[in-house]
Design a protein around this ligand. Sequence first.
Ligand code: SF4
Length: 306
Amino acid sequence: MTAPPEPTALTVKERKHVTVSELKEWLSCPLRHWYRYKLGLWSDTTTSFFALGNATHAGLERFYSPLDPRNLDLAREVVRRAWADEQAKVNWSEERDGRDPFMTGQTALALLDASCAEPEDWRPVAVEKTLYADIEHSRLGKLPVPLKTRVDLLIESAQGPGAPDVVEHKTADKSWPAGKEHSEVQPVAYTMAVRANYGHNPVTTHNILVANKAPKVDRRSSVRTQDHIDRLYVQIRALLDADERGGVYPNPTSWAHERCEFRAICDTWEAHPQPLPTGRRLQLLVPGLGDYAARVPGATWHGKHG
Ligand code: SF4
């Protein structure tokens, strides 16, 4: 039997934009950011909490589809299908609190039902809309790359569909503390994106779905200003500066450290990024890496193709 081909080289990806998720990853652990965003080493593994959020999110995307809004039966079907994919990415033996695939899938459906039963008068304009915006400080000018953001749901504002507001769906394992909606970073990105693309300063409503025994829905709104954009600019500029200087270091105090897929590499870490193994060795070190060569620009192949 012919051995499957293996990638022989990893190259650093050229930056075309920046996202809030990327910024959060970099702030949490610059090395994990390096593996994922710079080398493209994304694994397919996830936790039950993220799987739950993804499945619920998929159902809400369907529920608010502007072409056929508020079709709960179809939205529930989308959650079921999404859950079949998501639950397969979870290592259930590592899950705490006795979570299991069946009950967690039922929780995803219960969260969807609870959210859809909560009264609102949202008129959907678009779901999962990707928008770009310049990252511009009030005094320091513009950064060389744009911000990319994906908005969960755009709805008509009081000024009509051409000046939309934003809804962000959030899954939480406990209630948000008072005021948290005003410190989240993502709405700043939404504000930049809606300002740039629609010339409107949006209200962002957080649709918070709390996965308690009895699912709870909490809705909170916030509005962001240029001051918030200036603060985000400074953080993103620090990320771009670190990119240029090659400043990469591990952060074992990161929230992600305990279950990070790169632990096997980091446990033998010395000081600075070193050439990583490729092919089967890297796949063995990083759980769930799968066919990463297909997703890594610059990864080249050797061996006989079967
Ligand atoms: S194992 Fe810890 S230090 Fe290493 S990349 Fe992951 S989060 Fe960072």
